[in-house]
Design a protein around this ligand. Structure first.
Ligand code: NAD
Length: 246
């Protein structure tokens, strides 16, 4: 049987690396994409079926070259996971335009560029896109003007993709993780935020990288063949409570 190929961005660590390993477990090949070359090389080195591609997803020329390289190596694309992301927490008045742009470059422009460039190949396989947003895109908070806005836009972009690409058999869904103890989160979650999350989340804990990755892999696969345009929170029940983000 032909092996399917998943592109996973931000695959050098955290949720992207966990998702890569779950795809490999399920028999997929994976193109691991990240701009952090040394961390990516280390992460990919013992993973059979995975191949590392260094790319900054916010740079159009780099994305064009990436797709040439991936298609030359694997010849097909069955799923794209737009997982690469950066976080920035701060009040609106302290969020400089440079900080705003840094967040939008990766979290928003990166998802647009990677998705647009994947469409031709995804049409061939009737493949899937999964965009990684956040519970920060579902709720307003006092700290996340750039991050939350970028993730809310990713949620909407997913619905646009589902509406437009469905006629080609391409599905697009969005996963909104709750807090996970990755490098990204631990750089911005103060002890007060961590404690507040534990109280506010019905399951009273942070999630794991695998608990997010399993949802992503499910949405990319055939078992989700009639699921598109959906926003799935893997968040320990946080969004169901109506409690505000800490
Ligand atoms: P992480 O920082 O551990 O990993 C992110 C990876 O993305 C890094 O390897 C980084 O080098 C890469 N990356 C960043 N910008 C890039 C770019 N422009 N081009 C290529 N690679 C780039 O973070 P994580 O927590 O695993 O986050 C993964 C995704 O999950 C992000 O989109 C994040 O916003 C989202 N998310 C995380 C949490 C959480 O609590 N950890 C919660 C909700 C959503």
């Amino acid at each position: 049987m032909t092996q399917k190929l998943a592109l996973v961005t931000g695959a050098a660590r955290g949720i992207g690396l966990a998702t890569t390993k779950l795809f490999l477990r399920d028999g997929w090949n994976v193109a691991m994409i990240d701009r952090d070359a040394p961390t990516l090389a280390e992460a990919a080195k013992d993973l059979d079926g995975a191949r590392a591609f260094v790319c900054d997803v916010s740079i159009p020329e780099a994305v064009d070259q990436l797709y040439k390289d991936v298609l030359e190596k694997f010849g097909r694309i069955d799923a794209l996971v737009n997982n690469a992301g950066v976080a920035d927490f701060g009040p609106i008045e302290e969020t400089t335009f440079a900080r705003w742009r840094t967040v939008m470059d990766t979290n928003l422009d990166g998802v647009f560029l990677m998705s647009q460039a994947a469409i031709a190949a995804l049409r061939e396989t009737r493949g899937a896109i999964v965009n990684i947003a956040s519970i920060s895109g579902l709720r307003a908070s006092t700290l996340r003007v750039a991050y939350g806005t970028s993730k809310a836009a990713v949620i909407h972009m997913t619905k646009q993709q589902a509406a437009e690409l469905g006629e080609h058999g391409i599905r697009a869904n969005c996963v909104c993780p709750g807090p996970v103890r990755t490098k990204l989160a631990m750089a911005v979650h103060s002890p007060a935020i961590i404690a507040a999350y534990h109280d506010a989340i019905p399951l009273n804990r942070y999630g794991s990288e695998d608990e997010i990755g399993e949802v992503i892999v499910f949405l990319c696969g055939d078992k989700a063949s009639y699921v598109t345009g959906q926003v799935v929170a893997s968040d320990g029940g946080f969004d169901s409570t109506g409690i505000g983000l800490p």
